[in-house]
Design a protein. Sequence first.
Length: 392
Amino acid sequence: MKPIDKILQAAVACNASDVHIKVNDPPIVRVDGRLYPLKDFPRQDAAMLKEMAESIMGKFERERFADFHEVDFAYGLPEVGRFRVNVYQQRGTPVMVLRSIPYDILSFADLHLPPVIEQLTRDTTRGLILVTGTTGCGKSTTLASMIDYINRTRRVNIITIEDPIEYLHRDRRSIISQREVGFDTTSFSMALRSALRQDPDVILVGEMRDLETIEIALTAAETGHLVLSTLHTVDALETINRIVSVFPPFQQNQVRLQLSGILKGVISQRLIPRKDGTGRVPAAEVMVSTARIRECIAEKSKTVEIRDAIIGGYTIYGMQSFDQSLYGLLTKGLITYEEALRQSSNPDDFELKVKGISSGSDTAWHGFDAEAEGEDGGETAAEEAAVERFGQ
């Protein structure tokens, strides 16, 4: 077994999401958002790390790394898992970062995602759905579940454009083609432009990185396709502003009108440590297209009202804010009160809501209401489990 395979096997055994391999350090894993050195593995020197990296690279990856000093690719280890790999150079020595991608694609329920996401996936056949959040918040996992749901329930043609390919999908009721940037195509924009001539019903764009890709994605959604993609934005309001700001000022009003018509939903995620210390669960803000949301997108002066529209849209439309999502996770006993308060967008309001202090006409939280008792020790349990596994 290759040295890298032994490291990855140990990392998967302790449920690591990422593995960092750097000169003069032992392999370091990220478990539940925290970094720990792997026991029983030596510090790596430059020669060991270079040999390790080249052992999982193909000819194309080696050439690209030699030319650009960084490369992305995927690596699969039978009976262990798949990994998204980035090799880069720092101070003249290579560094490897590997993100674990499970073979199994989990359902919405398994991921503790709100029912509105399944409803949005089921009912939307054209337009644009975005999954947003910071790096490592589970965007790819949520998108994989959405694609898998469509694959199992509809007879459509799905084209994915990824960098690199992460989750592997098999044809079920749908047919699905997965294209990798740098291997199957040269860029997101070129692949997306070509996809429009490949009779697609659903197009997944791994990331809307630049103006050209965003323009083509909006056009694809406008011409009757369902487009799924991601952005590194923290919530729906920032997502709207980010897309609009990419365009020149003279186009922005037109883009707002276009976006108001095609944007069907924005799912923004944060991963929260579980109360029992066994992993993390997603808190999700979900915005669904309604008449009020469309008006907020189209008119710049009303865009700031999107947050209030989301909070008030739970009862009828199933929308939810981050704080409503946190409250739901808290009442189910999945997270601690302290963690929910720390992650909330409006801690003072959240604290009052948990204490049961709200106006008599407040229906925005209807369905989330339940007695919630904050308990200490969630993070302590996680820390104790980690220390026992990895050491201090």
